[in-house]
Design a protein around this ligand. Structure first.
Ligand code: FES
Ligand code: MG
Length: 571
């Protein structure tokens, strides 16, 4: 493709071309329509997505780069999701954002797109959209915020909210100090500074090949982000000239590179769902087991919260993503290309580690076998995941009595009841939190521990859930159980008192009942009552069509690509 798609709208002397041009003329010169590429900047800047609020400034730099290279930049505000603001969960609208963006990219006279994202769901939805339209596309990640401190101690956003609130509940932090820490939590523009979903997806996107090499992890306030945004604007014009599309870049090799990266950085479990959904758009064969197979032999090299100690600022200072990838370069697909048309592996030669506390050399990993473990068994026939790096080693093999909650509300109502028959060996089971049941698969799997156990110093317990966990959270939590209870999964059949057996080394999650007993039960009516049953709107569409977590929780009719052709005129 040579920048000519937009000419299907603008070229010629007929009435329709006149209409398309005339309404765009407000300040654009006549030569803007002479065949030069028109590039959308799919912009998730929004005052209600605080992590992305600075993206308009980033867009200016991208625009300058596009003009400089001879293109026409066009700002296109798209659906934006603020992880901390929207209820019941931003994940409910990831697919809606992807669908809306896909349709607007296809419907408009553009030849390529620069995707501006940051907060958790924004980069995944933009990538899914771009994959289904398959026009030249490149991501600019908005970057992490600078590290705030409270009482002299660095704060990891997300992670330290969980920690401080548990400390307050345990009585070791006053309400006053808890509230006072609030104004120190978010120091600057940018997304969460822990290795949560936003940081993970930015790094993984570069590993997939979908952003300018060297940009991922650049802090949002850093001038270098604007410089690289300008360079991205120039690059997209070259991508359009060469016809380099998402389907050329995101091959199976690129996804395996992303999985290696996910393991080496100790990234969020949410990346599993997003990468599976993205692969589904591209028709790339990728399964849950690929994450275990490819990821579990990869060493954990990055010491960041929530599993470790440091923050995104530190990772950048220590050498950034390329310093990490250089250590595992032998595990990367040597042929998988990036947006610039050359292999990812070729960009790593000059990379160096400047702080071995933050980025460990391959010879001294934090963990030999990182990655995400995929469990199967009586409770998860289609799979479940656990992040061993964020779990307590002594709980990775555990047998305990189930305490079953039918909904988040049920858990909230009973967890702190002093009469609840629970101890630290119990397994907290939370169902009704899958894609269909909640709906939207919220980040609630890391149930707070019962108050009476917290007061006794207990800080972790085995938890099992069909929902997700925030990428900034930690604990021995089995997530994404598939099929979910609301889709008829065996999680809906478990009862309080059943012995649950977790064995991460054996990749098993079972319930120790006589053969056939679980299958002979009928689903709990109380649980079924708690499952979502929306009557209209997006939620109805979502519940009717969402797939399970093990295939990415996309809508069944959004799998694949429709390309970028639009055959019919508007007038
Ligand atoms: Fe936006 Fe964490 S809330 S990245
Ligand atoms: Mg999150």
């Amino acid at each position: 493709m040579s920048g000519q798609r937009s000419q299907e709208w603008y070229a010629g002397g007929d009435r329709n071309a006149y209409i398309h041009r005339a309404w765009m003329r407000r300040g654009l010169p006549g030569h803007a329509f002479d065949g030069r590429p028109h590039v959308a900047i799919a912009n998730t800047a929004s005052a209600l997505t605080p992590c992305n609020a600075h993206l308009d400034e980033v867009a200016r730099s991208v625009e300058n780069g596009i003009w400089e290279a001879g293109g026409v930049p066009l700002n296109l505000p798209v659906v934006s999701l603020g992880e901390t603001q929207v209820r019941p969960t931003a994940m409910l609208w990831r697919n809606m954002a992807a669908m809306a963006t896909e349709e607007m990219l296809r419907a408009n006279p553009i030849d390529g797109v620069v995707l501006l994202g940051g907060c958790d769901k924004t980069i995944p939805s933009l990538l899914m959209a771009a994959a289904s339209v398959d026009l030249p596309a490149v991501v600019v990640p908005g970057g992490p915020m600078l590290t705030g401190t409270f009482h002299g101690v660095p704060l990891g956003c997300g992670t330290d909210v969980w920690r401080l609130s548990e400390e307050m509940r345990a009585g070791t932090l006053t309400q006053r100090d808890f509230t006072a820490s609030e104004s120190s939590m978010i120091r600057s523009k940018g997304h969460c500074n822990t290795m949560g979903t936003a940081s993970t997806m930015a790094l993984v996107t570069e590993a997939l090949g979908m952003s300018l090499p060297g940009i991922a992890g650049t802090p949002a306030p850093d001038s270098r982000l604007l410089e690289l945004s300008h360079a991205t604007g120039r690059l997209v014009i070259d991508m359009i000239a060469k016809g380099r599309r998402p389907s050329d870049i995101m091959t199976r090799g690129s996804f395996l590179n992303a999985i290696v990266t996910l393991a080496a950085i100790g990234g969020s479990t949410n990346a599993v769902v997003h990468l599976l959904a993205l692969a589904g758009r591209l028709g790339v064969e990728l399964t849950l087991d690929d994450f275990d197979r490819t990821g579990s032999g990869v060493p954990l090299l990055v010491d960041l919260l929530p599993a470790g100690r440091h923050l995104m600022d530190d990772l950048y200072r220590a050498g950034g993503l390329h310093a990490v990838l250089r250590e595992v370069a032998d595990l990367l697909d040597p042929e998988a290309i990036t947006v610039d048309g050359t292999p990812l592996a070729g960009h790593l030669d000059g990379a160096r580690i400047f702080d071995e506390d933050v980025i460990r050399p391959r010879s001294r990993p934090l963990l030999e076998d990182a990655g995400i473990a995929v469990l199967r068994g009586d409770l998860a026939p289609h799979g479940a995941v656990i992040k061993p790096a964020a779990a307590s080693p002594e709980l990775l093999r555990h047998r305990g009595r189930a305490i079953v909650f039918d909904s988040v509300e049920d858990a909230r109502a009973r967890l702190n009841d002093p009469a609840l028959d629970v101890d630290e060996t119990s397994v907290l089971v939370l169902r009704g939190c899958g894609p269909r049941g909640y709906p939207g698969m919220p980040e609630v799997a890391n149930l707070p521990l019962p108050q009476k156990l917290l007061a006794r110093g207990v800080r972790d317990m085995v938890r099992v859930c069909d929902g997700r966990m925030s990428g900034t959270a930690y604990g021995t939590v089995v997530l994404h159980v598939a099929p979910e209870a609301a889709a008829g999964g065996p999680l809906g059949l478990v009862r309080t008192g059943d012995p649950i057996v977790l064995d991460v080394a054996a990749r098993r999650l079972d319930v120790d009942l006589p053969p056939g007993e679980l299958a002979a039960r009928s689903p709990s009516p109380a649980a079924a009552k708690a499952y979502a049953n929306p009557s209209r709107g997006w939620e109805r569409l979502y519940v009717d069509h969402v797939t399970q977590a093990d295939t990415g929780a996309d809508l069944d009719f959004l799998l694949g690509s429709s390309g970028h052709k639009v055959a019919r005129e508007s007038h």
